[in-house]
Write a protein that binds this ligand. Sequence first.
Ligand code: ATP
Length: 299
Amino acid sequence: MILQVKDIYKAYVREPVLKDINFEITKPGIFALVGPNGSGKSTLLNIISNLIRPDTGSVTILGKPNSNSEIFKEMSFMQDNTVLYDYLTGYDHLQFIAELQSISKEQILHTSQTIGNAEYLHKKVKHYSLGMKQHLLLAMAIINKPKLLILDEPLNGLDPTSAIRVRELLLRLVNEGTTILLSSHNLGEIDQVTSNIFFLKKGTLIKEEISNYQSIFYTLTVDDVEKASRILLDNNLELKVIGNQVIFQLNNNTTLKFVVKKLALNEIEIHDIEKKLMGAEDRYREIFSTKDDQDENDA
Ligand SMILES: Nc1ncnc2c1ncn2[C@@H]1O[C@H](COP(=O)(O)OP(=O)(O)OP(=O)(O)O)[C@@H](O)[C@H]1O
């Protein structure tokens, strides 16, 4: 077991942010935590890393309770840049962690080369851009070669070149056996690194593996959208209608050939068929599409 989060409940001033959060990570990989602003992502990551105490529940990391400081030899949490000291250099920050965890000087340099911040490592943080700070935070998080790496919005403030480099680095770390749990608002980037997503909605967690047949959906452009949707509904297919398009997913009993034949027999003209793999953004839209959610997102 890499991570077990059990029965977590957390309220701030009696307002519940997390209710009954339960999940496990048993196999290495990248896992994304997604939700609107204020949905509790940082709170959950802070609880997992034992920086915030939950009101109830427990977290076990690599077989040990997260209150055991020994776990920090095998896990890291990349926080936001408020943890950096303006008047220290990047090297000072890395050296501080290296001394605490008996990490060699060579490893500082190796980490810095991996991250690509060696050039400005000896500059004071007050002269860093947002992206440079992100690189330093990432270097601080991977210097101990963690088995579990928790990242709160690692792509925040990164230009496309840096984001690509970070993405490649994350995939490389996973290949080397690190498990990564990250929060991000960048759903396109998430699609590029993982299909394992935890959506956080109103304090509860919706777990998704966006890579089975249910993730494929078809968009049919037809001449008679009402008649076409009636036929699909009669065949127990779930669907959505947008303009003159019917969007649906197949189920175990139906093939695309069957659908097309049925429509043709009913003299419906199909102008276009598009097959699309559902991505994080499509699923996000579905999960957070009610009026309440819109209001929550706008707040
Ligand atoms: N120390 C605190 N005291 C009171 N309320 C807090 C505290 N920290 C967070 N909150 C509230 O808890 C809720 C969840 O905040 P959190 O930062 O965990 O959300 P988030 O999903 O990480 O948001 P974002 O995407 O904007 O970073 C918000 O309503 C926030 O105002």
